[in-house]
Ligand binder design. Sequence first.
Ligand code: DHB
Ligand code: FE
Length: 251
Amino acid sequence: MNERVKQVASALVDAIQKTLTEQRVTEEEWRAGVGYMMKLAEAKEMDLLLDVFFNHTIVDLKAQATRGSTPGMQGPYFLEGAPVVAGALKTYEDDSHHPLVIRGAVRTDDGAPAAGAVIDVWHSTPDGKYSGFHDQIPTDLYRGKVVADAQGKYAVRTTMPAPYQIPNKGPTGVLLEMMGSHTWRPAHVHFKVRKDGFVPLTTQYYFEGGDWVDSDCCKGVAPDLVVPAKTEGGAQVMAIDFVIERPREHA
Ligand code: DHB
Ligand code: FE
């Protein structure tokens, strides 16, 4: 027996039974539901569906417990081996999308500069795809490791990401549609901030006023993660100061 599995799985089963009862679900509806789950497995979208509906809940729980910056979803498109970049992410050579400058500082939870912190930055192409996953886009585009200087400061240039549409033709998209929702995420930039001796911070930030910011299909948008619209010298500026925390000692 596993106490934790027993506790969580039993609570899940109870919650589903309660819903089936309250909604007076018929045998026919039940069979349609079972058929749906089979289709989901066949389409290999189990993880997608779970991400869409529940990942934000797990991230919200993390957010409640941290003394660092607000965490966000990692999403399915992080790659561990991104190149260290100096000043700019590599983009399509003919990328004429609006320039974006991301800059700020990394500090530790006692306010000290996090010198040498490594910030993985990744985001979509101008057409809403992720390198290394879609259309054979080379993995070193639109992702890279940015290293904070001795004052914890960092800056990197790239181009604006686009809103991202999760797979919409499969069972997950069909369900969202039937629920009156949609399959769009607002344009966002992912970050993973790491420094030895500190808890890795995984998060993502959104653009104030952007499409879908108020109706993300994955419900990943927390108020802290929306940066005010700001332009400077023809570039959009995303100013973000990160705070990373030391691991908590468990008594
Ligand atoms: C998903 C995609 C993303 O780009 C993201 O940031 C989070 C989730 C997804 O497909 O589930
Ligand atoms: Fe994403």
